[in-house]
Design a protein around this ligand. Structure first.
Ligand code: ATP
Ligand code: MG
Length: 415
């Protein structure tokens, strides 16, 4: 099995100004390709330190991936670092230069001499085409080792990984693949999910691993096989067994989001929904409308953050809102919000969320993290109480997740 190591280049990464999302992205690609990944480094824009890092990486890994530092400026030093670490001279590549000149003419950018830096490459390197930017990627092979250099901007990095680099790595390491499928679960805690699939957790090929996410649980089924099709064939019967114990708590697979799954369910049944949001501040509406075609089923919402708006726009009884024993964070108010928004928007479902996200408890003696979710639908309106933990953002996120989960459950319960 080949080993890979990432060297991320950039002082802004060290300073914590940006997160290394590119390393995270390619980190997920290695297991799919059956490449072992044991080390990862981050180094600033300094030629000596970069050279040292690359030498260290070459001493213990077959494949080194560098991220960033391929731009035209003086602090873009990755090309120089690779040349130094591989002891390979930098040469001027006429084809890269020609492509750059054309690109600049096309975009009517002024050509400066520093652009020529981007036409340099170690003599052993093959350029990787970059249709999304100026910096070419590089594949450098010398003494049985490989360095792949890619530009930092996400819009250039990700297409390069998913296209030519993935292809190259598959050819380089093509013995076995690791292929996986992610099942996404809502409405059940991690321990419940684990309990139900426990007899399957001993399986070695495919393996099953549960991951707890805020308001969701993910189950990853991973198979090792000679190719993707054979791996799929191992995954499929396992997925069937998992589905038989988790049923419709599985809302989707892969990248499917909870909002997408919920909207699809509404569409399939020809139902509409509106939302009355307090603690989530419009975030449920934002998520719903991020799904293309949402307007078929999502009519709109009201961000009823204050008591006044809850009463005026949703018809919540002011006496309940002012009652120190009940107040805005209560089951009664959640119910009236759901009923009110359903009526105001004339939808099949009205979904409401009210709660206290903290950091201080500003609703009398209601604890931070207390959230009520209300559903008004064709049957009697219902509410659910939750006590979430975490920071303000965690509480708001979980409130949104469980609201969507409650809506999904209510739709499924219609039969
Ligand atoms: P450019 O041609 O834009 O200078 P570059 O290849 O030299 O590209 P950098 O200068 O290192 O790359 O980074 C450019 C931008 O790309 C950064 O400001 C940042 O927004 C993004 N970026 C760089 N490295 C990473 C990373 N590891 N993860 C996510 N984003 C990154
Ligand atoms: Mg740069």
């Amino acid at each position: 099995m080949k080993t890979a190591e990432i060297v991320s280049v950039g002082t802004e990464l060290l300073m914590g100004q940006i997160a290394d999302t590119n390393a995270q992205y390619i980190g997920q690609v290695f297991p799919e390709l059956g490449i072992a990944h044991f080390y990862r480094q981050t180094v600033g824009d300094n030629l000596d330190r970069l050279t040292q890092s690359l030498k260290l990486a070459l001493s213990r890994s077959d494949i080194v991936i560098t991220i960033g530092g391929l731009g035209p400026t003086e602090d873009d030093i990755t090309r120089d670092g690779i040349a130094a670490a591989l002891d390979d001279p930098l040469i001027h590549d006429d084809q890269i230069a020609e492509r750059l000149r054309k690109l600049f003419a096309l975009r009517k950018f002024t050509w400066t001499e520093s652009q020529n830096r981007q036409a340099q490459r170690p003599s052993c390197a093959n350029p990787i085409d970059n249709p999304n930017g100026t910096a070419s990627g590089l594949i450098c092979q010398k003494n049985g080792k490989t360095i792949i250099a890619m530009p930092g901007p996400k819009g250039e990095f990700i297409p390069m990984v998913d296209g030519p680099v993935r292809h190259f790595l598959m050819e380089l390491c093509g013995e076995e693949v690791l292929h996986s499928r992610l099942l996404r679960i809502c409405g059940l805690g991690e321990s419940v999910v684990e309990d139900r699939v426990r007899p399957l957790l001993n399986s070695t090929n495919p393996t099953i691993a549960p991951y707890a996410k805020p308001g969701e649980v993910h189950l990853r089924i991973t198979a090792r096989a000679a190719n993707t099709e054979l791996a799929e064939a191992l995954i499929e019967p396992m997925e069937t067994r998992i589905r038989s114990v988790l049923g419709d708590a599985i809302f989707g697979a892969g990248d499917t989001t909870l909002e997408y799954a919920t909207l699809e369910l509404l569409k399939a049944r020809g139902l509409t929904v509106s939302v009355a949001e307090s603690v989530t501040g419009g975030w449920i509406g934002q998520r719903m409308t991020s799904v293309p075609g949402a307007s078929e089923v999502f009519k709109g919402g009201i961000i009823s953050y204050t008591k006044e708006v809850k009463a005026r726009e949703l018809g919540v009884d002011p006496k309940l809102l002012d009652d120190p024993k009940i107040g805005p964070v209560s089951s009664e108010v959640a119910k009236q919000m759901a009923v009110g928004v359903r009526k105001a928007f004339d939808t099949d479902f009205g979904l409401s969320v009210t709660g206290n996200a903290g950091p201080t408890s500003d609703e009398g003696d209601k604890p931070v993290g207390l959230v009520y979710i209300g559903i008004a639908g064709p049957g009697r309106p219902t509410t659910e109480e939750f006590q979430f933990r975490g920071l303000r953002e965690d509480i708001r996120y979980r409130a949104g997740q469980w609201a969507l989960t409650a809506l999904r459950r209510a739709i499924l319960n219609l039969g």
